[in-house]
Design a protein around this ligand. Structure first.
Ligand code: EPZ
Length: 418
């Protein structure tokens, strides 16, 4: 298993190209199963989660061909086969094939994902939404068995909370349901809106994605389509924090300011400068870091996927800050590892009290999940001496060429093999 060796102390300078968004790409790849016509996806990030999702739809008989910068998916010969626990266990987002398979073929058998490092992560809202379309949903021996022999029928769906995945499942199922579907309390994440743009290009009729109320008119008029996936706001936020934590200046090309409002607000409060540049965003810090309290929330609130990175930043602030996690119940796995680097953090339930200002020093640390592992990399960029981050396969799941991109901006970082 690869490891990263990082020697802290370099101020980052230069430009970083932000890749396509992993969390937009995964549902778009699943959505390809809805249509008998080819879908060309451009700007997919080169990360292992994307490869895994392409592998999942191949299992269902879709043909996938990769060209420079684009992937063409032809699901004309796809079938609804059982999606095993082995497949789903590798990547929870695999459950996003459930809606498209049921919507197109009238039946689907997908293993329940089970929990993960950051929480129990049930999918009750996904299943409730599919049942509202008239499908029979059973869970037998860890397997979801969904049946709708006469197809799905449009429905009014009120989500108990704005779940990203449940909103995406409901939208994809609604695309072929007879009549109109109304989804209320929908997630407003840019990735949800981008899924709707992709589906509409494929022939769907979706309105209101990106708001709490989404309307979908069922259709069978699919057509060949091409879509360009939005840039990754979480990757952009991560590099913004890399510039801030090292007291450097980075240009984040392709990054979109409008997707990062709450993040920019928190960083500016900490004394970081962020402004639009010709090709994206410029992020710079020279003043001392001020402590800032944040609470994670569904979009447009502060993203939970940047919570760990923000805690690493607050370890370097002049004073104490409170970081509250409200989306996932167990998303502080990075805290004990940051404390190995000398951070002073106290956890109380869903809140972390971060006492900044202590000098960090290099050590061996262990990655546990995608965002926790990148927070360790950020802290190592400013720690005295050498840090070894183990199990970086977690990073490769969602960051394209992280060590290469950081190295190009001056970081003393290298990937070590076994
Ligand atoms: C998506 O996960 C992202 N993953 C996550 O990113 C992200 O953290 C999350 O949204 C929140 O923004 C992808 O898009 C592939 P949710 P998802 O459904 O869809 C509870 C990363 O690091 N819930 O909005 O699984 C759930 O347990 C990953 O890139 C139910 O209770 O998130 C959680 O507490 C990690 N029942 C909360 O809602 C359900 O049926 C939000 O989950 C569904 C969700």
């Amino acid at each position: 298993m690869d490891r990263l060796r990082i020697v802290g102390g370099e101020r980052l300078q230069g430009a970083v190209a932000i890749s396509g968004a992993k969390n937009a790409a995964l549902p778009q790849i699943a959505a390809a199963l809805l249509s008998p016509h080819p879908l060309e996806l451009n700007n997919l990030p080169a990360v292992t989660d994307v490869d895994n999702m392409l592998g999942v739809i191949r299992l269902h008989g879709a043909e996938v061909s990769k060209g420079p910068g684009a992937v063409v998916i032809d699901a004309s010969a796809a079938l609804s086969k059982e999606t095993s626990y082995e497949t789903v266990r590798k990547m929870r987002a695999t459950v996003l094939v459930l809606g498209p398979l049921l919507a197109r073929f009238g039946h689907a058998r997908v293993s329940l994902p089970g929990g993960c490092a950051i929480g129990a992560r049930p999918i009750d809202m996904h299943l409730k939404a599919l049942a509202a379309f008239g499908a029979d949903i059973d869970v037998e021996g860890g397997l979801i068995v969904a049946e709708a022999p006469n197809g799905l029928t449009g429905a009014r769906i009120v989500l108990s909370s704005p779940s990203v995945g449940a909103t995406e499942t409901a939208i994809m199922a609604a695309t072929t349901a007879k009549g109109e579907t109304e989804i209320l309390n929908a997630a407003r994440e840019p990735e949800v809106a981008d899924l709707a743009v992709c589906l509409n290009a494929m022939g769907a009729r979706i309105e209101g994605a990106g708001t709490h109320r989404i309307l979908v008119e069922g259709t069978t008029a699919w057509r060949p389509a091409t879509h360009y996936t939005i840039p990754d706001r979480v990757e952009a936020g991560t590099y913004a924090i890399a510039a801030a934590i090292t007291g450097g200046e980075l240009e984040l090309t392709n990054a979109r300011l409008e997707h990062l409002a709450s993040v920019v607000q928190a960083l500016e409060a900490a004394g970081v400068g962020i402004w639009p540049g010709d090709r994206g965003l410029i992020v710079s810090r020279s003043a001392p870091l001020a402590p800032v309290d944040i609470t994670t929330e569904p979009y447009p609130g502060f993203p939970t996927d940047l919570q760990a990175q923000f805690i690493a930043l607050m370890c370097c602030a002049n004073g104490a800050s409170l970081v509250r996690e409200t989306v996932f119940e167990n998303r502080f796995m990075h805290v004990p590892e940051l404390m190995r680097l000398g951070a002073d953090i106290t956890l109380q339930g869903t809140t972390a009290l971060v006492r900044g200002g202590r000098k960090l020093h290099g050590a061996q640390v262990m990655a546990t999940d995608l965002r926790a592992s990148v927070s360790l990399v950020l802290a190592a960029l400013v720690a005295d001496g050498e840090t070894i981050v183990n199990r970086v396969y977690h990073l490769d799941r969602g960051y394209e060429g992280l060590d290469r991109k950081l190295h190009m901006c001056g970081a003393n970082i290298e990937r070590l093999g076994e």
